[in-house]
Design a protein around this ligand. Structure first.
Ligand SMILES: [Zn+2]
Ligand SMILES: [Zn+2]
Length: 198
C-alpha cells in the first residue's frame, strides 16, 4: 500500500516561525540509493543519514550550518579488508528562495526547504578516496598473498641473488630477417563490408 510519506529532510518555515534567529533541527532519513564515490568507498543504500544543523533565516533565504553524518563502508586499498565507519561532514550552506545550485546555493520554496541534496553532497564529498583500514596497514604480501597485518608470513624480502649477477650473458648472433619481399599485403582495402550482424 502506497501512502504519502513525509520527506524526512523537509523543513518547513513553520518550524522556524516561533524562533527568531537561529533554529536547531535534526533530520534523519534512510538513503534510497547507495552513494558511491569510488568502488572502494560508499554509503550503502538504506543507511541512515543525519543532518544536525542550525538554521538562520535572513531576508531571501536560510543559512544552514552544522554536521551531516552517516555510516560508510569500503575496502582497504592495501589489504582489501572490509572497513566501516562513520562519516561526519561539517556543512555551511545557503538556501535561497529562487536560488539555484549554479550560484553555489540551494534552492528553497517560500515555505520550506529540503536538506536532502545538501546531505547527499556533503556525504559524497566526505567519502575517502583512498580508504585504508588503518594508517599503517601493512597490506598483502606480494609473494604469498597473506595479510601482513596478521603477522609475518615468513616470506623473504624480494632481493636479487648476487650469484645471478655473475652469470654470463649468452649472446646469440642477431640473425637478420630475410627480406619479406615475397608478399606485399598492404594493397588490400580495409573496412569493406564490415560485419553488421543482424
Ligand atoms: Zn588494510
Ligand atoms: Zn608472504
Amino acid at each position: 500500500m502506497v501512502g504519502v510519506r513525509t520527506d524526512p529532510f523537509d523543513v518547513t518555515m513553520a518550524d522556524m516561525r516561533d524562533h527568531r534567529g537561529s533554529r536547531h533541527v535534526v533530520r534523519r532519513g534512510e538513503l534510497a540509493e547507495a552513494l558511491v564515490a569510488d568502488v572502494d568507498a560508499r554509503v550503502p543504500a538504506g543507511a541512515e543519514a543525519v543532518a544536525d544543523v542550525d538554521l538562520d533565516a535572513f531576508d531571501g533565504g536560510v543559512t544552514v550550518h552544522g554536521t551531516v553524518s552517516s555510516p560508510w563502508e569500503g575496502e582497504c586499498r592495501r589489504c582489501l579488508g572490509s572497513i566501516d565507519g562513520e562519516l561526519v561532514a561539517e556543512v555551511r550552506e545557503v538556501f535561497r528562495r529562487g536560488g539555484s545550485e549554479d550560484e553555489g546555493t540551494y534552492a528553497m520554496g517560500d515555505e520550506h526547504l529540503n536538506l536532502r541534496d545538501l546531505v547527499l553532497d556533503a556525504l559524497f564529498a566526505a567519502l575517502p578516496l583512498l580508504p585504508l583500514c588503518r594508517e599503517d596497514c601493512a597490506g598483502i604480501c606480494p609473494t604469498c598473498g597473506a595479510d601482513r597485518n596478521a603477522g609475518d608470513c615468513g616470506c623473504e624480502e624480494v632481493v636479487i641473488d648476487p650469484r645471478w649477477s655473475g652469470l654470463e650473458i649468452l649472446r646469440g648472433e642477431v640473425v637478420s630477417s630475410p627480406d619479406l619481399s615475397a608478399g606485399d599485403a598492404t594493397g588490400i582495402p580495409a573496412g569493406e563490408g564490415a560485419g553488421e550482424g543482424a
